[in-house]
Design a protein around this ligand. Structure first.
Ligand SMILES: NC(=O)c1ccc[n+]([C@@H]2O[C@H](COP(=O)([O-])OP(=O)(O)OC[C@H]3O[C@@H](n4cnc5c(N)ncnc54)[C@H](OP(=O)(O)O)[C@@H]3O)[C@@H](O)[C@H]2O)c1
Length: 241
């Protein structure tokens, strides 16, 4: 589906806002998640926003006064099923790295936590699930990272939301708070490449966040419950303001 024109997007936002829907965000403390929260609050398209995470975030400013926080133990997620109830849209920007969590820990977070959260969200009434995956995600890949990302996509699809939007960004461009030396070098190189060909190997986290918010106010694609947005689609949609 082609991205909307700015005037069209304004009307879509207004119609969506009038529906007074609620959303939750998983991973709002992360680089994409924090941009997503900022964009959602800027656009004021939801009447209620819940952050579901393993720790409470320090959100002092009045801007965040309407944001509810639910602290959960992802290893005992069934005990927190109430946290997922009553949201129309769920955004998932959860993820770790093999370096940080080990191979098993990476699978646990990037696939199992995501699947379990999606199941509880669906049971709680969520109709549209927005998943941040990655470029090249492929359940049959021999690379652990791409395979696990592909498996997470398949498992979320299988939950059967009315609508499921899967975002597959390339390398995320941001000033990452956490030190990841390998990624830092890649980002510097790709930041330079992005001047020449912005949509090829990378995408700024602000663009991913805006594309997610623009996606939810747009109608879903005809006759398809699952839509996949590749890196170029994310750029095209996220650059409409
Ligand atoms: N890095 C890239 O270039 C790249 C490219 C394409 C796709 N992606 C994918 O995009 C997604 C978002 O990436 P990002 O860089 O924006 O994320 P990020 O900054 O690494 O943040 C990840 C989020 O997941 C949460 N999390 C991590 N481990 C957890 C655990 N064990 N239990 C509960 N929560 C946990 C973090 O919470 P805490 O703050 O509490 O740790 C944080 O909110 C990830 O799935 C990533 O794989 C990344």
């Amino acid at each position: 589906m082609p991205p909307p024109k700015p005037e069209e997007l304004k009307n879509l936002r207004e119609s969506f806002r009038a529906k007074k829907q609620a959303c939750f965000i998983l991973g709002a403390s992360g680089e994409t998640g924090k941009e997503l929260l900022a964009e959602i609050l800027k656009q004021q398209i939801f009447s209620r926003v819940t952050l579901i995470g393993r720790r409470k975030l320090d959100l002092e400013e009045p801007l965040y006064s309407s944001v509810k926080q639910e602290v959960v133990d992802f290893e005992k997620l069934d005990e927190s099923s109430a946290a997922f109830q009553g949201h129309d849209v769920g955004f998932c920007c959860l993820g770790t790295t093999r370096g940080k969590a080990g191979a098993a820990g990476f699978v646990r977070v990037d696939r199992d936590y995501i699947q379990h959260s999606a199941e509880l969200a669906k049971a709680g009434g969520c109709r549209h699930f927005v998943l941040q995956s990655t470029k090249g995600a492929d359940a049959s890949s021999s690379f652990l990272y791409l395979r696990v990302k592909g498996e997470a996509e398949s498992r979320v699809e299988a939950v059967g939301f009315d609508r499921c939007s899967i975002f597959r960004p390339a390398v995320l461009l941001c000033d990452r708070r956490e030190s990841r030396p390998g990624e830092w070098v890649t980002r510097k190189v790709l930041g330079a490449v992005a001047y020449v060909c912005p949509t090829l190997y990378s995408v700024p986290t602000v663009t991913v966040a805006r594309a997610m918010v623009n996606n939810v106010v747009m109608p879903g694609p005809d006759n398809r419950k699952v839509e996949i947005l590749e890196n170029a689609d994310i750029h095209a949609l996220g650059n409409v303001k």
